[in-house]
Design a protein around this ligand. Structure first.
Ligand code: AMP
Length: 281
């Protein structure tokens, strides 16, 4: 397994692989890998000749009051997990090379970035879109794999790939969960034992709404109320949002007539956790 930090070296590696007719799969991550990431890695491995995983905690997608500095990191463990996952290259660029002082370009997907996490994290999706475009240009993949756990992020990336004509196939992978339903996330490590128990309420709320939907309920307010009741039973949980949106536009819907997504963000202790389920017949 190669570990590459330099952007020029990464580009040269991918260019050579392409010249040799090899297919490149790419899995972008911020490290502190868990079973969700490993699922993406396994899928990438099965799709291509060369598998590149990036580990980069992207400073420009964090707001000034967010957790960039304390975001969990464990380089040695990540390297071991990548090795055993059959990764060919870990690309871990330096922030100084990604964002030199002269850097000023922004990639923005304004409509899809507006709702949901875009409300409480202004600038977040612009930071994500910008880094993903940069990482694509560094790693030159044929296919890139993302988690549906970050539903809005995936929608933003699919949109920008279409809009900017990137010749890259984007694949979304269903959310990998702990035994009690909690979506795996590097941020789960912020939770104390008690908070960890409360955190199970997020997926319980989503699954309850999904069950009501399957039983015929189409009023978004009723589903949101049912979900909120389950989460607010936890004293240490504070809801940022629980919304039901059209799956294509991510605009709020009142009555579910088309496939929709119920998405939520909840703060438990110091961890802001997100999750979602798709509501469709
Ligand atoms: P992150 O390191 O949190 O930026 O995530 C890197 C990639 O892994 C993103 O595409 C995420 O959507 C995906 N991912 C994170 N958690 C999960 C999960 N529990 N199940 C599936 N994919 C995930």
């Amino acid at each position: 397994m190669n570990i590459i930090q330099s952007i020029a070296e990464m580009q040269a590696f991918s260019e050579t692989a392409r010249m040799q007719g090899k297919k490149i799969a790419f899995v972008p991550t911020m490290g502190f890998l868990h079973a969700g990431h490993l699922f993406l890695i396994r899928h990438g491995r099965s799709l291509a000749d060369v598998l590149v995983v990036s580990i980069f905690v992207n400073p420009i997608q964090f707001g000034p009051a967010e957790d960039f500095n304390r975001y969990p990191r464990d380089w040695d463990r990540d390297v071991q997990l990548c090795k055993s996952g059959g990764v060919d290259v870990i690309f871990s660029p330096k922030a100084e090379e990604m964002y030199p002082e002269s850097f000023q370009t922004e990639v923005s997907v304004p409509l899809l970035s507006k709702n949901l996490c875009g409300i409480s994290r202004p600038g977040h999706f612009q930071g994500v879109a910008t880094v993903v475009v940069k990482l694509f240009n560094c790693t030159k993949p044929h296919v890139a794999i993302f988690g549906e756990k970050d539903f809005q992020q995936l929608a933003v990336i699919k949109r920008l790939v279409q809009d900017l004509n990137f010749d890259i196939q984007i694949i979304g992978i269903p959310t990998i969960r702990e035994a009690d339903g909690l979506a795996m996330s590097s941020r789960n490590t912020y939770l104390t034992e008690q908070e960890r128990r409360s955190a199970a309420s997020l997926s319980q709320a989503l699954f309850k709404a999904q069950e009501l939907f399957q039983n015929g309920e189409r009023d978004a307010r009723v589903l949101i109320q049912a979900a909120e009741t389950i989460i607010t039973r936890q004293k240490n949980a504070s809801v940022d949002y629980i919304k039901i949106c059209d799956i294509q536009t991510l605009q709020d819907v009142n009555t579910i007539a088309q496939p929709a997504v119920m998405a939520l963000a909840v703060k438990i202790g110091t961890a802001r956790l997100i999750d979602n389920v798709v509501l469709k017949e």
